[in-house]
Design a protein around this ligand. Structure first.
Ligand code: NAG
Ligand code: NAG
Length: 272
């Protein structure tokens, strides 16, 4: 167990310079002098635009995320859903993909960071949305703990130090797609979800009826990690929507999400 003071400090994610941390020797064992003492830049927070690039990159590299919706205020008595969950949120992990750029120009939002979703009509998430719920989508980088470097010398590996973002918005079903548009979207989506070919819209013998949809992002909340070395707060959605893989449209400093790396990533992104 870490002492309460240290835990409280870490969990508060507040903006305290590392030099202000009092980390008892007995907790951390042999502590090397913090890098930050001599290399303050190494511990400066990334700018908000850099954070937005990291968040947008996380969407591009993610194949699933937790979608939160709310149950309707009145649950039909005929169903099996308990009446007591009326109005409550439910978070469920769902397949998503960053495929807007594979849609034809007249349907695409220009690869603006609106996630693509293959919605199953039977699933609770899409039942709630059908009953009027909006949604949020949480993406995180916690599966990459083994590759990421520790943030503070001596602190055990800490998922809390790794980024996560929650996108807010609403679901917009895509209109009927031409054969070539479906083929292009399917190629992109099945790239990260080969198993989903079994329940693509219109597949004969599919166990579940499905439809293509996009989540239109209206807000985004970012937790880059511990607050003394990362940004935490509401992102600028104009920036989010303007970011592209190579460069950005009218936002930022000329970089795109291809120009940043998430914790623990190695090398180039030619393989994306
Ligand atoms: C869902 O989002 C839309 C668009 O942002 C908004 O107009 C509507 O009020 C929202 N609905 C609910 C139930 O929050
Ligand atoms: C968001 O970013 C846009 C584009 O850089 C900028 O014009 C706008 O002022 C920013 N909004 C806020 C609230 O900072």
């Amino acid at each position: 167990m870490l002492p309460q003071a240290l835990l409280t400090g870490l969990l508060a994610l507040c903006s305290v310079p590392i030099s202000a941390w009092v980390i008892p020797q007995s907790v951390l064992g042999t502590v090397n002098p913090p890098e930050s003492a001599s290399q303050e830049d190494a511990h400066a927070r990334p700018s908000w635009f850099t954070s937005a690039l990291m968040a947008r990159r996380m969407l591009a590299l993610s194949s699933s995320g937790v979608i939160a919706t709310t149950f309707p205020d009145t649950i039909p008595p005929s169903g099996r859903t308990p009446a007591s969950v009326a109005g409550l949120p439910i978070g469920l992990r769902e397949y998503i993909a960053d495929c807007d750029g594979s849609l034809p120009d007249e349907l695409s939002h220009g690869d603006n960071g609106d996630p693509t979703i293959l919605a199953l009509r039977v699933a609770t998430t899409f039942q709630n949305i059908g009953a009027g719920s909006n949604l949020s989508l949480e993406l995180d980088w916690w599966d990459h703990l083994a590759d990421a470097r520790p943030v503070y010398p001596g602190l055990p590996d800490s998922p809390a130090a790794l980024p996560r973002v929650t996108l807010f918005g609403y679901l917009e079903p895509l209109p009927e797609l031409s054969t070539s548009a479906s083929a292009s979207l399917e190629k992109c989506f099945l790239g990260s979800h080969p198993d989903a070919k079994v329940w693509l819209p219109g597949v004969s013998g599919s166990p579940h009826a499905s439809f293509w949809a996009r989540m239109v992002v209206t807000q985004a909340y970012w937790i880059g990690g511990f607050g003394d070395v990362q940004q935490i707060g509401w992102m600028n959605v104009t920036e989010w929507k303007g970011i592209r893989r190579h460069g950005s449209l009218d936002v930022g400093d000329g970089r795109g999400w291809g120009d940043v790396r998430l914790p623990g990533e190695k090398g180039r992104d030619d393989n994306l």
